[in-house]
Design a protein around this ligand. Structure first.
Ligand SMILES: [Ca+2]
Ligand SMILES: [Ca+2]
Length: 207
């Protein structure tokens, strides 16, 4: 067995030599693929850094600008230095930049899917067209701001997902796809800030 140490993974004193001292990030470490849709192009010059590492949330009422718009119907696949594992409750969190204003919520929505091999995908059903938006991503304000480490959903904000809901015990990839049919009528599209792990392996292992 060897331990893969992808870009942006900081390892401990023993390096990437095969034990838990390898301290992989708890957030996405690389972009596997991205296909941007029309309508919005905010933040593309910040790729891929803007969507890697910890979220840069702006709290209840101010959306982060450290994001990349997927454009209408756009899609991105993220990879990690750890395997996401199914533990109690939520296992990973997708961070967009929704914000509250008055009694309203500005939300741009996406479907979230997970995969073990990058080929077979399981989708969380994103079907609600009015708030609350159920298993869509893009509607919980983000409070986590730049802090590395396992995500605590109750503190971090963002949209939490539980692998058990789609029948998986682990996942290595997360795909986020904008839903133009659910986005607000101004033509906005999902802005990705980060994807963070709640329950994960110590470090990604490869045969
Ligand atoms: Ca779970
Ligand atoms: Ca947004």
């Amino acid at each position: 067995m060897t331990i893969l140490c992808p870009a942006l993974v900081a390892c401990g004193a023993m390096g990437c030599s095969g034990d838990a001292l390898c301290e992989a990030s708890w957030f996405a470490t690389h972009v596997e693929s991205a296909t941007f849709g029309p309508g919005q192009n905010f933040g593309r010059q910040g790729m891929p850094e803007a969507v890697l590492g910890p979220a840069r949330g702006g709290g209840c009422c101010g959306g982060s600008l450290d994001v990349v718009s997927l454009g209408n119907g756009g899609s991105i696949v993220l990879g990690f230095g750890r395997t996401i594992l199914d533990g109690p409750g939520a296992d990973f969190v997708v961070f967009e930049n929704p914000f509250e204003f008055g009694n309203s919520l500005y939300a741009e929505l996406a479907t979230v899917e997970v995969s073990v091999d990058g080929t077979d995908w399981r989708a969380f059903p994103c079907t609600a067209s009015t708030a609350p938006y159920g298993r869509c991503a893009g509607w919980h304000p983000v409070f986590l701001d730049g802090v590395e480490g396992a995500v605590v959903p109750s503190n971090a904000g963002g949209d939490p997902f539980d692998l058990a809901e789609v029948g998986l015990v682990e996942a290595k990839f997360v795909r986020v796809t904008d839903r133009p049919d659910l986005d607000p009528p101004d033509g906005g599209a999902f802005d990705l800030d980060a994807v963070g792990i709640v329950h994960g392996s110590d470090c990604d292992l490869s045969p």
